[in-house]
Design a protein around this ligand. Structure first.
Ligand code: NOJ
Length: 713
């Protein structure tokens, strides 16, 4: 008999429900209520996993309660949100997505897993895979941006990074992909709010990243807080059971979000906790995070006939199977066997990933910082703000380990005269320091204006109806720019910010997002030209809040915007174009694309098409270039988005280089959910559009035609 069968036989109902109980230990507070007396519950076999606890001693002491003092000695899972690093903090996920490098995404997850595992963590609530097209939503920063293809590649890379090839490896942690699904479509960008997305949007946009994660072997999935079309995800039978379990064959653990089972009452689908627990279990949720509803209320649900014993057993089996896969039964203190990692390697990776996550948005011949810029005024509330460099979900990261922009510049330019003032505070509407800041600006050759958001302004429960520069920062920026001292703006932010006309008026603009420990060094590397910026935007940057949601893969409509025709799809007061398109990002120097070619123009349904294009580096700087390959399907049975990203490629170029990029298009690139939502690929004409971003004016185009094979029968 297997270990799991033997245990299931030996377990009481309480012990079974205990395995489904995931409780918080409060070393970090990540939700509105907490669990009481967890030590007593662990001894009584009423806990399957503990989260928000880390550190060798704390974890070992708690694990000991389970394996030495509980009747069946079943080890606990230890969970934590390790979104972008554990002790070493890497760039926030949205920032790192901009590096467009799956290998980097894997390596930072690997390093984070290693550090987290050393601290006893065996299960992380990451990666977050919410495709999001709404910068008001605070959680945008935790995920991979607006595009489902990018999110799918990100999903695979992160799962591979966290889990490695074998969860038993002591440096691996089980990944929980979240929030399944459409969390990023919360109404009006408000956390926890309902999402009303169509079945088509689910298939096209929100499900693919989770599918990719399941294919990559993710150990766990967390349903989103939101409802879809009136059905809370925590009780969503069609998506959790029919899609995840039956269609995708997911056999890992589904664990609820924080008190989400209890919240089924507030959602308005359960009358009491008994019903709430039954709804979640029936939909396929295995573990209950913090609600205690499984432990306390499933016995009544059983008695009322709302659930069956087999369902409880199946959920317990999945939790025990995860513990087995992690090797916890044999090595409950698996932390003891983790090799100490190399902190220097983690620092180097933090710096490299940070500089590769910085997006140079504009550059009016201002950067890199010139030789003649000897006196530099570093102005703004984010110039010397250790805590803010880390961003939200900074796990075991420590503010004092982070390098600020001021510190980074001082270290990079030791012979320069670097002066600093805050000017204004991060969020208070108080402009008293503006005059002094302007005086300092006038005394300098260059101003580096460090503006943006505090770490707490993005992440969970951090939505902003007006995602602009908080407090008096806009005033500060305008006044400093008016001094006419050359000015570079560095935006620390969790989302594209609405910055008025600063993008045009500043000499250069960089988005630094939240870059983690090495932020200051990375920003200095970019500003000084020691590193040529190469990140590209994983999300469209709107001009105005009223344009939200704005994204490149829109549908055409019957009246696409036309400057000369008022009766077309546009605004009276704002252009329809974004401030910066998806994929936008500059590097120093120049590059060009030429000679897009296909090996055939007409191809039969199952044939592959070879695509090639030349990339030229014409400037004096070596650069890393990202080339995006979009498909457009102008006539189909269902109107397709104006274009869809199918591939991207990165290439390193030395000055003067001309290199060819080749790839193959296959049938999978032409598949979309048909009229009946089943995958279909139709014959007809297509455009392949290739460019450095989604900006239509920069795209090279090649036509191709997909033909059906003549019937030879
Ligand atoms: C609530 C968040 O929505 C989720 O992402 C997180 O994993 C849990 N809290 C646990 O901290």
């Amino acid at each position: 008999m297997s270990r799991i069968d033997a245990l299931l036989r030996a377990m009481t109902l309480t012990e079974k429900l205990g395995q489904l109980n995931l409780v918080t230990a409060n070393q970090a507070i990540t939700g509105p209520s907490t669990n009481a007396a967890i030590d007593t519950s662990i001894r009584a076999g009423e806990v399957g996993g503990v989260f928000n606890l880390w550190g060798r001693e704390a974890v070992s002491a708690t694990q000991r309660l389970a394996i030495e003092e509980s009747r069946l000695r079943i080890p606990l899972l230890f969970g934590l949100d390790v979104l972008h690093g554990h002790r070493t903090i890497f760039p926030a996920p949205l920032a790192e997505t901009g590096a467009f490098d799956p290998d980097l995404w894997t390596r930072t997850a690997r390093a984070a897993a290693q550090e987290a595992a050393e601290d006893g963590v065996s299960l992380t609530f990451a990666p977050m895979l919410d495709v999001c097209r709404d910068p008001r939503w605070g959680r945008l920063i935790e995920g991979p941006g607006e595009d489902p293809h990018v999110a799918s590649i990100f999903a695979q890379a992160k799962v591979k990074g966290f889990q490695g090839w074998d969860l038993r490896h002591p440096g691996a942690v089980a990944a929980t992909v979240k929030h399944f699904c459409a969390g990023g479509a919360a109404t009006a960008g408000r956390d926890y709010a309902a999402a009303d997305v169509s079945a088509r949007q689910l298939r096209e946009i929100y499900l693919p990243p989770f599918r990719a994660a399941v294919m990559a072997g993710c150990a766990a999935i967390m349903p989103a807080f939101n409802s879809i079309d009136g059905l809370p995800m925590t009780a969503h039978i069609a998506l959790l059971r029919d899609y995840l379990r039956n269609e995708l064959g997911f056999d890992g653990v589904v664990l609820s979000d924080y008190t989400a089972i209890q919240e089924l009452i507030e959602h308005g689908v359960a009358a009491d906790r008994v019903e709430a627990a039954a709804l979640a279990l029936n939909a396929g949720v295995d573990m209950d995070m913090v609600s205690d509803a499984y432990l306390e209320n499933l016995p009544d649900a059983l008695a009322r006939g709302l659930v069956k014993q087999e369902q409880i057993d199946a959920a317990v089996r999945r939790v025990l199977a995860l513990k087995e896969k992690l090797g916890l039964f044999d090595e409950p203190f698996r932390i003891a066997t983790v090799d100490a990692h190399n902190p220097e390697a983690a620092h180097n990776l933090a710096r490299d990933s940070a500089r590769r996550s910085i997006t140079l948005l504009t550059n009016h011949n201002m950067l890199p910082i010139g030789e003649n810029m000897r006196r530099i005024a570093v102005i703004g509330p984010l110039a010397d703000a250790h805590m803010e460099m880390l961003g939200s979900w900074s796990a075991a990261g420590r503010a004092e380990n982070s390098v600020t922009i001021l510190e980074g510049l001082k270290a990079a330019l030791p012979m320069h005269d670097i002066v600093h003032t805050e000017g204004v505070s991060l969020a208070w509407d108080d402009d008293r320091g503006v005059a002094e800041a302007c005086e300092l600006a006038r005394s300098a050759d260059l101003v580096v204006l460090c503006l943006g958001e505090a770490a707490y302004m993005s992440g969970e429960a951090a939505c902003r109806a007006t995602p602009d520069l908080p407090g008096a920062q806009q005033q500060l920026a305008e006044a400093v720019i008016a001094t006419e001292t050359p000015c570079v703006i560095a935006l620390t932010c969790g989302r594209p910010l609405m910055i008025g006309d600063l993008a045009e008026r500043a000499g250069a603009l960089i988005a630094t997002w939240f870059l983690g420990d090495m932020a200051g060094h990375a920003i200095a590397d970019v500003l000084t030209g020691a590193f040529n910026p190469c990140a590209r935007l994983p999300i469209t940057w709107p001009r105005a809040t009223g344009q939200i949601p704005i994204f490149y893969a829109q549908r055409s409509s019957g009246r696409p915007p036309d400057e000369t025709n008022p009766f077309t799809s546009k605004y009276l007061d704002t252009p329809v174009t974004p401030l910066f398109p998806f994929g936008h990002g500059l590097s120093y120097g120049a590059a060009a694309l030429e000679n897009l070619r296909l090996d055939k123009e007409i191809f039969f349904a199952d044939e592959k098409i070879s695509v090639a294009i030349d990339v030229i580096c014409s400037g004096k700087y070596a650069r890393r270039e990202t080339i995006f390959f979009f498909l457009r399907d102008p006539v189909a049975s269902v109107a397709r988005p104006v274009m869809e990203l199918k591939h991207w490629r990165q290439i390193d170029l030395a000055p003067g280089d001309r290199k060819t990029i080749s790839l193959t298009l296959g049938v999978e690139d032409f598949v979309f959910p048909g009229v009946d939502l089943k995958p279909t690929a139709e014959p007809g004409a297509f455009d392949l559009l290739v460019g450095f971003s989604a900006a239509p004016e920069g795209l090279l185009r090649a036509s191709l035609r997909r033909a059906m094979r003549p019937n030879t029968a």
